[in-house]
Design a protein around this ligand. Sequence first.
Ligand SMILES: [Zn+2]
Length: 353
Amino acid sequence: MGQPVNNFDHHFESRLINRREWTRRLSLVSLTTAFTASGALFPADATAKLATVNRAGVPYVRLDDVIKRYGFSRSFAGDTITLKSKWTRITFTLGNRIIEFNGLKMFLNASFVKLTATDWGVAEVDVLKTLDPLLRSAEFLKRAGSKTILIDPGHGGKDSGARNAGKTLSEKTAAYDIATRLRTRLLRERFNVRLTRAGDRTVGLYERAAQAGEVKADLLVSIHLNSAGSKTAAGIETFAVTLPGQRSTHDHGGGRPDGKRYHTNSYDGANLIAAHAIQSALITKTGATDRGVKRARFVVIREAKCPAVLVECGFLSNTAEAAKVASAAYRDVLADGIAHGVFDYMRKVRAAG
Ligand SMILES: [Zn+2]
């Protein structure tokens, strides 16, 4: 409370200029100015308890209350409603649980619904665990650290992970290469950096997660490449651990609520802020298809004793995307995107402390 609201990367609101241009312009603005400018965004009742209405067993918050809480204006276009403030633009679509948050896809736990003829609703869990962390980051990062990053190159050793069609490229090799490029960038900015595996080794998932506690990591970033039955599937997605009692975005890591609260759920706000920052920077840098910020109970991101995200950097099952990943120049862009997401997250942590 009383902390300046850190909304530094929530700036992709203009339709007139693209994300890249916004990033360039914002980088010219001093951090102090941005924090001060966004500090006045929210009315004093931003922490007030929200009234809820049940719909099919799910507690919903009235959209009007969301608008009041954060000081948004709203506009309608068919089935979509857009909420706007100086730094933020959120688009909801009726019956849909995918929103656009400053141009980036985010998967909510429950669909956006109509409550009455003039009233819409956002699930309470989505207001508290998705919107609030992004809109009031500082409140969720006060106890987060910003020194040590554990990079987890997916697979390795006996486990090759996904392969491209020609079997000339394996996930374990590409992930390791991206990880080392990321390490170089993070070291340059004076972070402590550790990798969960040194070279082409077989390391268990629980062992990888345990390393986060052993090295006292402040953030774990697991790097993977995707594969799908459909050869047209393409793009980048970033996962945070599923919220307790909620469904994962799809069947990865268990779609159904499993009634458990995992250690990493202690960092749900930080997990989401980091996932959003990394996905956002990756999409800006690569121009790849944005598959969104998603939730799953992958072992590595649910068992780690620190905030954790898992990035799927593209589909090896897609010929065009695999060809990109096969090039060192593109893997460098991927590493650059992840690094900028990490920097953005760490800036927020430091501003909150
Ligand atoms: Zn993988």
